[in-house]
Design a protein around this ligand. Structure first.
Ligand SMILES: NC(=O)c1ccc[n+]([C@@H]2O[C@H](COP(=O)([O-])OP(=O)(O)OC[C@H]3O[C@@H](n4cnc5c(N)ncnc54)[C@H](OP(=O)(O)O)[C@@H]3O)[C@@H](O)[C@H]2O)c1
Length: 184
């Protein structure tokens, strides 16, 4: 499968490595354009391509991996979604890790908010709680598979992401729709 990633930081790269390992092709993008991604592409190797945000977002499955404060501008800058699956890997934090404050998202779950900002995309919340060292580590720990939680309003999209994550090696637990999965 061809997977697009919006964002090319620590989380995006750890996800890309997992996807490459599972045999997928990955289009990685950031805010500064493909030329700025050359070193990462060389380091991560075959199967990874530096792309524009638009090219990454055109893939059948797209991971959103930008800081929370950049989410609105990022989604607003993309072309109209045409039913692609958008995996929301974000967390509602202002600032950087270890020095962040929680963002106020009102009555919606964070992924409901993302879905409202990306009309036409089928949003699946996944992997946001999987910190980079865990994502980079072997999915099998002491003979047991690490757990990945998912939630979505679109059952078909959720199933596709479940199959993707099982292909990475995870045991996937369905937390229901975006409303219920958010607080969980
Ligand atoms: N780090 C973790 O352990 C972890 C685990 C799970 C989930 N997450 C979530 O994943 C998200 C990213 O975290 P991170 O640690 O990977 O952050 P990071 O290392 O700071 O990387 C952020 C990336 O977002 C890109 N970006 C920012 N604005 C953009 C835009 N408008 N268009 C395209 N790309 C844009 C940046 O590209 P430029 O440099 O070109 O601006 C950069 O590549 C956050 O929501 C975080 O909560 C993180």
């Amino acid at each position: 499968m061809e997977i697009g990633i919006i964002g090319a930081g620590d989380f995006a790269q750890a996800f890309a490595k997992r996807a490459l390992k599972a045999g997928h092709n990955v289009k990685l993008s950031n805010s500064r354009g493909p030329d700025s991604l050359r070193e990462i592409v060389n380091r991560l190797g075959p199967g990874l391509m530096a792309a524009t945000k638009e090219e990454a977002a055109a893939c059948e499955i797209v991971l959103l991996a930008v800081p929370w404060d950049n989410v609105p501008e990022t989604l607003a800058s993309l072309p109209k979604w045409k039913n692609q699956i958008l995996i929301d890997g974000t967390n509602p934090f202002h600032g950087k890790a270890r020095n962040f404050t929680l963002a106020n998202v009102g009555n919606l779950s964070t992924s409901q908010l993302i879905a409202a900002l990306a009309p036409g995309a089928r949003v699946v919340k996944a992997l946001n709680n999987m910190i980079v060292p865990n994502l980079e580590a072997d999915p099998v720990v002491n003979g047991a598979r690490r757990v990945a939680f998912i939630s979505a309003d679109d059952d078909n999209a959720k199933k596709r992401v479940q199959i993707l994550l099982e292909g990475f090696g995870y045991s996937v637990i369905d937390l229901g729709n975006l409303r219920d999965g958010g607080p969980l």
